[in-house]
Write a protein that binds this ligand. Sequence first.
Ligand code: SF4
Ligand code: SF4
Length: 304
Amino acid sequence: MTHAEFAGLAAAHGFGKVYFLAPGKYELGENPHRLCADVPAEYPFASSVCCLVYPYLPFGPAERIPAYYLASNKAYFGMKALIAELQQLGIPAEKVEIPLKQALEEAGIGVELKTSLRAIPPFGTRIVLMTIAVGGIPPLRYDERIPSPCAVCRRCSEACPMGAPGENGLDLRKCMRLRMESADHPDDIRDNQVTFIGCEICQYACPMNANLLKDEPGEEARAAFDIRRLIAGSASAARALVGKNMTSNGKLTAEALAFAARDSLLPKEELEEAIREASASPFPAVRSAARYASGRIAESAEEN
Ligand code: SF4
Ligand code: SF4
């Protein structure tokens, strides 16, 4: 199979670009995500590690439905379908997880930004990256490094409510995106969170994304992320759209309750009833969100 034929197969699953990287060895140090440190040893059939780029369009900046997580779920299933297709064609292919930022930096592809996100033109940072080890297709050389715009730009620093991007890069202890992996969020995140599951605020501000069009969530996503539905604990439809890994232990219900209280999305009596029910939830995150929501009601009563 040629590189172009491979890219054509990948495009049918939504991947806008494919990079064919040399299988590498990496110094990993602490390795909590169990990345592969030695591709040639662990995937001896691999002639390339294919980095699949799944581009997506952002929604509006006030949208609570997370464009990234909808896309990452589609990209995951697109990758699985591509692997199955390759295997049917007799081409050895397996999912592999490597330290991708390091691999792309070494290969000279795109640019790492102050937000620790990678931008790959013309998609900006609005990409999901997947990697598969593949046999029979040689790696290619790239010269697509672009100069970092970050030295003369402060837009993400000005946009970030947590003060996370600074002159020396991203403060990992402050960034919401990196502190939202568990279901239960601290109150400073509940005060500032815009989208379910993650944070995309700096990506709206970043000039690397300035030329991207905006999309709208479809009806299915709107129905699945209905605030009342999530507060009632019916999160299975939303979890099917964004993936189950990042949404366990009542996470979406807890987030919906915090949004409803902070942004006055429900009448007071309805919210109070939801808080009573959430206070008895088996999930600590939902009980914690109920406490936060009660505090919000008390604060607005004091203000009035
Ligand atoms: S992801 Fe959110 S919290 Fe993190 S740097 Fe960007 S705007 Fe700030
Ligand atoms: S907003 Fe500016 S400083 Fe921040 S990541 Fe984008 S280009 Fe870099």
